[in-house]
Ligand binder design. Structure first.
Ligand code: HEC
Length: 404
């Protein structure tokens, strides 16, 4: 758990391991990328690995033996004062394990860096790190382990978690991190929370796509923006570079999804206006002398829940449906039925008005080949409750006078 493990590639034999978070309690995984770099640390040549896991510390480790060489915070880290270089263990802050009750802890459950890869340039000696700046309230005081069943999102942990701030407080940045000096050399603030992975090239450029669909190139030394283009749909993937003959290409998968889009940080993602099936997910390829016109995407749209006077919401059924929603539907259709483009906005769906249509799709899986799983175990009462919940959410968003 939360470890780097080195194996012999020939035999599979275990060589060494390093654990970033012993007794991990915040979902601070170490499943982020690991970059090889040959560095000079205090006059000594080191074959290093570089690793920036969710816990907010940037680790430099000797890859020949697993020895920790440096670990500096690259974002707010309230859970630990520092990492002890002698023992390799974090020096944790009392209370950060919410052992005394609810605790504000940074980084949040989303981590200070997620699975969007960073990149390292041997020319600048810098690592280009997509960083998330957010904290959350961790709390297990209400959880009775003897009678506990997974709630809200069924990720199987006995901890509740709320974003500290669902408004302007969250932000992201692109940092150029110097792994030798242990500090950021430049930083570009970003309003989104989870932007795409980075690519750095021998031409001393850094490329990155953002949540809002903008793809950018920066000067790798200074962070100065050199170029940008609107690709019309949120970007989370990293670009890649390759050459065919003498011609160099940059390729990027454009499309919005993943844990943040599914609403782990609350209903933030919908503000971009990405709508399921409206904007096309696509592979976009660039070359310096490229002449092709990029087909335009339909513009982002504001949510437009359906007004349906004939459907009378019953509060008790809606409440029951809300409980089911968190476990079964919110991961794709969004928390509180506010989606971010991974699945349709059911507040705008006429199918929710139809008992038969809803049953065929939701229980019998009519659309399962199109990414809408069938939930065969749902009872008639549960299906009814889900419909009342979705309609209750539609009415909050579109009172009877409301939009289309
Ligand atoms: C794994 C992701 C996922 C989950 C979980 C999920 N859905 Fe869906 N759902 C989809 C996708 C994708 C579509 C769109 C399929 C298409 O039209 O191509 C969809 C479509 C639908 C539709 C049809 C909407 C329309 O107007 O065409 C309904 C109704 C629906 N889902 C209800 C639910 C309910 C209720 C739940 C929870 C019990 C749920 N879904 C869980 C992904 C999901």
């Amino acid at each position: 758990m939360s470890s780097i493990v080195a194996l012999d590639p020939e035999t599979g034999d275990y060589l060494w391991h390093y654990q970033t978070n012993p007794g991990e309690s915040w979902d601070y995984t170490s499943s982020m990328d690991i970059v090889l770099a040959d560095l000079t640390l205090e006059g000594r040549a080191v074959k290093a690995i570089l690793h920036a896991p969710k816990n907010g510390f940037f680790y430099v480790i000797d890859r020949t033996n697993g020895r920790l060489l440096a670990a500096e915070p690259f974002a707010e880290t309230t859970w630990a004062e520092r990492i002890d270089l002698e023992t390799g263990r974090p020096v944790e802050v009392p209370g950060a394990r919410y052992e005394n009750g609810p605790a504000r802890v940074a980084p949040s459950i989303a981590g200070a860096h997620s699975v969007q890869p960073m990149s390292y340039s041997p020319q600048t000696g810098l690592v280009y790190l997509p960083t998330i700046h957010a904290a959350g309230i961790f709390d297990d005081s209400e959880i009775d382990l003897a009678n506990w069943t997974p709630g809200e999102v069924r990720i199987g942990v006995a901890t509740s978690w709320t974003p500290e701030d669902d408004g302007a407080g969250f932000h992201a940045s692109l940092q150029a991190w110097d792994p030798v000096a242990g500090r950021a050399v430049w930083e570009v603030p970003q309003s989104g929370l989870v932007n795409g992975g980075t690519l750095t090239t021998a031409g001393e450029l850094v490329f990155q796509g953002r949540e809002d669909g903008i793809f950018l190139a920066y000067d790798a030394w200074s962070g100065r923006e050199l170029w940008q283009m609107d690709l019309g749909l949120g970007i989370t993937a990293p670009p890649i570079s390759y050459a065919v003959g003498e011609r160099q290409y940059i390729a990027l998968l454009v499309g919005y999804g993943g844990g943040i889009a599914s609403g782990i940080m609350g209903a933030r993602a919908p503000r971009f206006g990405w709508e399921h099936g409206r904007q096309t997910r696509r592979l976009v390829v660039f070359a310096l002398d490229g002449q092709a016109d990029l087909p335009t995407q339909p513009p982002p749209v504001p949510a437009a829940p359906l007004a349906a006077g004939g459907f009378v919401v019953e509060a008790q059924l809606a409440a029951m449906g809300g409980d089911l929603w968190g476990g079964y539907c919110s991961g794709c259709h969004g928390p509180e039925a506010i989606p971010s483009g991974m699945a349709p906005d059911l507040r705008a769906s006429a199918m929710v008005l139809s008992e038969e249509g809803f049953e065929v799709v939701v229980r019998r899986g009519l659309m399962s080949t199109r990414g809408m799983p069938g939930f065969g175990s749902l009872t008639n009462d549960e299906l009814l409750a889900l419909r009342h919940y979705v309609r209750s959410r539609a009415e909050v968003a579109a009172p009877s006078s409301g939009a289309r």
